[in-house]
Design a protein around this ligand. Structure first.
Ligand SMILES: [Zn+2]
Ligand SMILES: [Zn+2]
Length: 262
């Protein structure tokens, strides 16, 4: 019965997300940053995203359980967030802000620690950014991060509704910042993360390395000295810049260990 409900939930989520995805795919064709993205690179994106999503569906409860153990051991949920009446908006804002700050620092550590970069570099190896690139991560990466760094859960006792709304919001944003849509935000690009701002984070150019780490708020990059506002019309090429790229299923499965299998 529970399985049936889970399938029903997935179907409803798919029905809600489908029109959104269709609209963005249409806009990617109509107003592209890169009009002629190599089809092979886009196909690889789909494969790597699938490899990431499936294990997360299967192993998600395991990493969630590990996170719950850490939260309980730390006597978690110090601050209780309320979801009734106007408190909902306040709690949502606090939760999103805390999540963004945590995500910002975790992302910086992913670029700093070689073992974490070995996984995160799969996301950065994308040479054609599209809607799907948001889900292109090494399959064990998010499982490990969720299991080991439940920072926000340790700090806050958060109602499920707030977590659900914030998760849907972040899901939408992860897709949005990678879309191949040319939207010139100008100076407003520092208000909220967007495709041009995040493209600098994926850029092959040396001067763009370790810039624009934020998930949602460029303000965090400004505060911590990692912001780089793109110039007008600046849409650099993306990828690792080492000539190395992920080629398909096999690379997606073994990415951090690929050096040992050549
Ligand atoms: Zn990164
Ligand atoms: Zn990205």
């Amino acid at each position: 019965m529970i399985l049936l409900w889970s399938i029903a939930d997935l179907l409803i989520a798919a029905l809600l997300v489908m029109p959104l995805i269709a609209t963005m795919m249409w806009a990617e064709k109509r107003f592209p940053i890169e009009p002629a993205q190599p089809r092979g690179a886009v196909r690889v994106d789909f494969k790597l995203a699938a490899l990431n999503v499936l294990p997360r569906l299967l192993l998600g409860p395991l990493s969630g359980g590990c996170a719950a153990m850490i939260v309980n051991a730390a006597g978690g949920g110090f601050i209780v967030l309320r979801a009734d009446g106007w408190w909902f908006a306040v709690a949502l804002a606090v939760y999103v802000l805390a999540t963004d700050v945590a995500a910002y620092f975790i992302h910086r550590v992913q670029h700093l620690v070689p073992a974490l970069w070995a996984m995160h570099s799969l996301h950065h190896s994308a040479e054609a950014l599209t809607l799907i690139t948001g889900a292109r991560h090494f399959w064990a990466e998010q499982l490990a991060l969720t299991a080991l760094f439940p920072v926000v859960a340790v700090l806050f006792r958060t109602p499920d509704t707030i977590i659900a709304v914030a998760s849907a919001f972040y899901f939408f944003f992860d897709a949005c910042v990678h879309v191949n849509i040319r939207v010139p935000f100008g100076v407003f690009g520092l208000v909220v993360n967007n495709p041009q701002y995040h493209r600098i984070h994926h850029s092959v150019q040396r001067e763009h390395q370790n810039k624009n780490f934020c998930k949602l708020l460029p303000l965090l990059d400004l505060i911590f000295g990692t912001a780089r506002l793109p110039a007008r019309g600046e849409f650099p090429s993306t990828g690792l810049g080492t000539g190395e790229a992920a080629l398909g299923w096999r690379d997606g499965l073994i990415w951090p260990l690929r050096g040992y299998f050549r």
